[in-house]
Design a protein around this ligand. Structure first.
Ligand SMILES: [Fe+2]
Ligand SMILES: [Fe+2]
Length: 227
């Protein structure tokens, strides 16, 4: 319980500080653009690898989920550009970020070379946890975002609505597969792993933005396409 509270508290501080600070905000939006694009690929991979086990109603939701995440990646890419930056996809930070989110991290977590080997409810449970974190993160960002960023705010509000729908259908799916216990076990496991890494998290949060590898460069690059 204490771990849960600390975990939620630290991520809230991280999202709020980054959204409020004009030096950190472009980096935050860039990291979200990469996560959303990777999230879309991960759900698409699960959907095709497990096609025979997925009922029609769930398949429809997953298909919609995949296109939602593509749209979210575009929204955050635009948000970075509105701040006067572009995402440096070739940089060290982008490469690091891509290996720490989405399918690569899920394969490591489930200790499999191919996600198709892991049971479908386990994979859905991991996606659900990521979606729950997204909902909490976007709520913090919206609270801390300066009022004058009206276009970015409206876009993130629409992202939040999608993420809330993702949480609902994935929760339904885990009930359908009678696997809600898997989610609780993963939640505890992931939070305790984060708790063990608290030193690293604190180090990251307190390091000035200029000393961290950045995902963005100043300037516009309108031809950039993540998806
Ligand atoms: Fe998303
Ligand atoms: Fe989502």
């Amino acid at each position: 319980m204490l771990q849960h509270v600390l975990f939620i508290g630290f991520s809230a501080i991280y999202y709020s500080q980054s959204a409020a600070n004009p030096q950190r905000r472009p980096h935050l939006f860039a990291s979200l653009a990469l996560q959303e694009a990777e999230g879309s690929r991960t759900v698409a991979h699960i959907r095709s690898a497990k096609a025979t086990e997925i009922p029609v109603w769930l398949d429809e939701q997953m298909q919609r989920h995949i296109s939602d995440e593509v749209r979210h990646a575009q929204i955050f890419t635009k948000a970075v550009e509105r701040e006067g930056y572009f995402i440096d996809l070739d940089g060290e930070a982008a490469q690091q970020s891509l290996s720490s989110v989405g399918e690569a991290s899920m394969r490591r977590y489930h200790q499999v070379d191919d996600l198709a080997v892991a049971p479908l409810p386990d994979l859905l449970a991991s996606v659900l946890l990521a979606e729950e974190l997204g909902v909490r993160g976007f709520r913090c960002i919206l609270k801390a975002l300066p009022d004058q960023l009206t276009a970015t705010r409206a876009a993130i509000e629409s992202v939040l609505q999608d993420e809330e729908r993702h949480v609902r259908y994935l929760s339904d799916a885990l009930h359908y597969f009678r696997s809600t216990a898997v989610v609780d076990a993963y939640r505890r496991d992931i939070e305790s792993k984060m708790f063990n890494d608290l030193g690293k998290v604190l180090d990251f949060m307190t390091k000035p933005a200029t000393e961290r590898p950045s995902l963005v460069k100043p300037g516009q690059k309108p031809e950039l396409s993540l998806v």
